[in-house]
Design a protein around this ligand. Structure first.
Ligand code: AGP
Length: 610
């Protein structure tokens, strides 16, 4: 994780860095820091915690400098204290560096440097890079960087400066994204971990590939490889001038993003379906229909919330298109031997498109010749760039670490994709028309939930007194329960485990007593009666039960202590009302418990380390 932002240009570099880091803060908020060169000396500012704390330490008036590098940290090596905040320096305070990634051989290098009398001040792997570059430095910063990078094992995106090179920044990348952009007038160069920090600007951008180095000197950018050979590169235009971040009057980004959903769900299907024809088409799909119609095996890989979307897609595609689907957690898939044939499609799902585990899983599958389709929110992300084709969620930027609108957009796109594949196989027009017509009704059903959140808030108050929760569901309501439990854990720091309700009697039932709350998702007609039986068994053991149920359900109010009633829809779409009501439930509990809702402890929005 971690966010890197560096600036060289006509404006106040430190101010620009602070603004850039704020846009990258979702990548980590354990500490932050900035380094620059003033009167031929390195200067720096560091603070543990959020950018706000760093900002308070800086008096911008005395600091009209042309160049600066900045960092916002998600701790890997060394605790989240100020001495471990980036930038890190060499012993002589000549080199300052910011880093995202993990140096796997840092310990060996550190011992070697210590044996040569280099003194270390932090517990980080990053400090090793600064010391190494300094030890290899003989007046040529590019050469010493190249020499040092060759000695490193692991992943990195770095930006560094040297006190003897006041007009230069060097940036480099290996298995960790880094983008370099400049404006048309060539008065500003910006280095950023991802394009989110380009908002408000119109830039010409390049994304560094593995072992590429950008040497920026007086706003001139040269891209070289590890042989110091200049590479010919084409910069692409990214116009993010009109992108602005605002909570739009909501107390938290999470709440704003929950309320965005009627419109973001619509954006995910608009222009992609003709419901009265039962047809689905995706713009710019670069996979041929002849390939897609022959697919007999799909592997979907993702992490966290995106993995829950994958589990839902598995059920939908298997049921509707009769294609075998496996949903693999990306961090596990890398170490398995997936069966890939010429008729296999690998799908990666990711909001950010920067999740290191997902990217690593995809790269392994790609090396084995698999075709990759990514379903991703952030255009120009690393994942979309390495995929054969992408379908974008069009959900807009999701700021809250806790994913909400991206999930409902993923489900929308995957639902459409299941219908699209099924139509290439044997799904009849009539069934497709029904499924698409029902999808179109979802935004208004979601709006109804959002109009009356007080019922959910009231239940949240009651259930916020519990410390332990079981989230239960069956069929499509099981991944829904998993997603709802993740929301609660993530932002309220409460223990919540999700189970398929039928599994309770195979062990978890032993944990039930009056101190445990059960959150039940019963909006699945196929499994409704069985769900009621499982809840009866829990009730008989004194559990408190809150059920999310559709209005046409019978009997649930006699078993559950509380019911949140949701609009009826078809089983395939019941995920939407249930999930969105559960997002609000988690939000209100977290609010009562006064947690940091948008930036929960220990987490980051983009998980860019494996
Ligand atoms: C969701 O609320 C989480 N913050 C997390 O599980 C997230 O979904 C996961 O890290 C995957 O991220 P991605 O979709 O950006 O790849």
């Amino acid at each position: 994780m971690c966010g890197i932002f560096a600036y060289l240009g006509s404006k106040s570099s430190i101010k620009e860095c602070l603004n850039g880091l704020k846009l990258l803060e979702y990548r980590g908020y354990d500490s932050a820091g900035i380094a620059a060169i003033k009167n031929n000396k390195l200067i720096h500012f560091k603070a543990s915690g959020k950018i706000e704390a760093l900002e308070k330490k800086i008096n911008l008036k005395d600091l009209k400098l042309d160049l600066a590098i900045g960092h916002t940290r998600w701790a890997t090596h060394g605790s989240a204290i100020e001495k471990n905040a980036h930038p890190h320096f060499d012993d002589k305070q000549n080199v300052a560096i910011v880093h995202n990634g993990i140096i796997e051989n840092y310990d060996i290098l550190k011992k070697l440097l210590i044996s040569k009398n280099y003194k270390f001040r932090s517990d980080t792997d990053t400090e090793v890079i600064a010391q190494l570059i300094s030890s290899n430095y003989k007046n040529d910063l590019v050469e010493s960087t190249i020499k040092s990078l060759k000695e490193l094992k692991g992943s990195f995106a770095i930006a560094l400066i040297h006190k003897n090179h006041p007009n230069e920044i060097i940036a480099a990348s290996r298995e960790s994204p880094l983008a370099i952009g400049f404006n048309d007038k060539k008065t500003e160069v910006i280095i950023s971990s991802d394009p989110n920090a380009f908002s408000g600007r119109n830039l010409n951008v390049i994304f560094l590939k593995n072992d590429e180095i950008a040497h920026i000197k007086n706003q001139e950018i040269r891209i070289i490889n590890l042989k110091n050979k200049t590479l010919k590169k084409t910069f692409e235009k990214i116009n993010a001038k009109n992108i602005k971040f605002s909570k739009k009057g909501f107390e938290h980004f999470m709440l704003k993003e929950i309320f965005d959903q009627p419109s973001t769900i619509q954006k995910a299907y608009l222009g992609r379906m003709t419901e009265n024809e039962g047809l689905v088409e995706f713009e710019d799909l670069k996979l041929s229909k002849s390939f897609l119609s022959k697919i007999d095996n799909i592997i979907i890989t993702a992490c966290g919330t995106s993995h829950h979307a994958a589990l839902i897609a598995k059920s939908l595609i298997e049921e509707k298109a009769n294609i075998l689907v496996s949903a693999e957690i990306a961090s596990e898939m890398r170490f398995k031997t997936p069966i890939l044939t010429k008729n296999t499609l690998v799908i990666a799902i990711s909001q950010s498109g920067e999740t290191a585990d997902t990217i690593a899983a995809i790269k392994t599958a790609k090396e084995k010749g698999a075709k990759i389709l990514s379903i991703v929110n952030v255009e120009n992300s690393s994942l979309s760039r390495i995929s054969d084709s992408s379908i974008f969620l069009k959900a807009g930027i999701e700021r809250s670490v806790c994913s909400t609108k991206a999930f409902s957009s993923q489900i929308t796109v995957l639902y459409l994709f299941a219908i699209f594949l099924s139509r290439l196989k044997s799904m009849q027009k009539k069934e497709a028309i029904l499924l698409l017509t029902e999808l179109k009704k979802i935004p208004s059903k979601v709006r109804k939930i959002l109009k009356n959140t007080s019922i959910i808030e009231e239940k949240a108050k009651k259930y916020s007194k519990f410390e332990n929760f079981f989230f239960l569901g069956r069929n499509l309501m099981y991944p829904t329960a998993m997603e709802a439990a993740l929301k609660l854990k993530e932002i309220s720091y409460l223990h919540a485990s999700a189970y398929p309700a039928g599994e309770m009697k195979h062990g978890p039932l032993a944990l039930i007593d009056s101190k445990l709350a059960i959150i039940a998702f019963s909006s699945n007609k196929k499994t409704y009666d069985k769900m009621l039986s499982s809840l009866m068994e829990a009730r008989a053991r004194n559990a408190k039960i809150l059920a999310f149920a559709t209005k046409n359900s019978y009997g649930i109010e006699d078993i559950a202590d509380d019911v949140i009633w949701l609009d009826n829809t078809i089983d395939e779409l019941s995920i939407f009302p249930s999930t969105i009501a559960a997002q609000l439930f988690a939000y209100f509990i977290a609010k009562i418990r006064k947690t940091d809702i948008d930036q929960p402890r220990n987490l980051a929005k983009s998980v860019t380390v494996e």
